[in-house]
Design a protein around this ligand. Sequence first.
Ligand code: AMP
Length: 220
Amino acid sequence: MAPVIILLGPPGAGKGTQARILEENFGLIQLSTGDLLRAAVSAGTPSGLAAKAVMAAGALVSDEIVLAILKDRMRQPDVAKGIILDGFPRTAGQAAALDQLLAETGQKITAAISLEVDDAAMVGRVAGRHSCAACGEGYHDQFKRPARAGVCDKCGGTEFKRRADDNAETVRDRLAAYHAQTAPLIAYYDSKGVLERIDAMGAIADIRQSLGQIVTGITA
Ligand code: AMP
């Protein structure tokens, strides 16, 4: 059965960075509801128009919209390789809907991996991040600069973008939303026997190694 891996953790924990690494190393598909929503906002779809202000305020978009875009993405054939859910589920309702969606297709959650971090460090982690406009490779003003200033290590691109919601004030609201609505899912997945916890305060390479060991174990 193709793996279904959930990455849990507050904004800044490194879910997106690590999901991209897992995608490259294990051939899994990263499904980021944040990326899907940002694409909908840019395309000006009805879901994007409804989500835009909510995202800018650092609150959670309705389960209805998020589930619709996720289900749409799950209809693409590439997800048969196995998926890493990055930023989904974020509410009890989304977790229940995911269980149902997987049951309908005879799948189940392989692991929910909680990236454990100190909140206090998250504002700084999020506020400095940016990504290559061409290939999406992530960077950080302090923790991960390109080898040559202003040039993407991966594709040589020279344009970088910053997310509108990656500012200190919105990050605090996003952290509050995480604690109120998403953190309870850690206990939910623990009770289902699929929870793994890793210390995600260290360097990207160290977290990559801990995560790689877990994923090797569950995909072997
Ligand atoms: P992210 O890229 O995961 O940090 O998500 C950015 C923003 O998109 C969040 O602050 C929410 O406004 C929205 N969002 C992303 N995923 C979800 C989700 N699963 N449920 C509700 N809102 C979401």
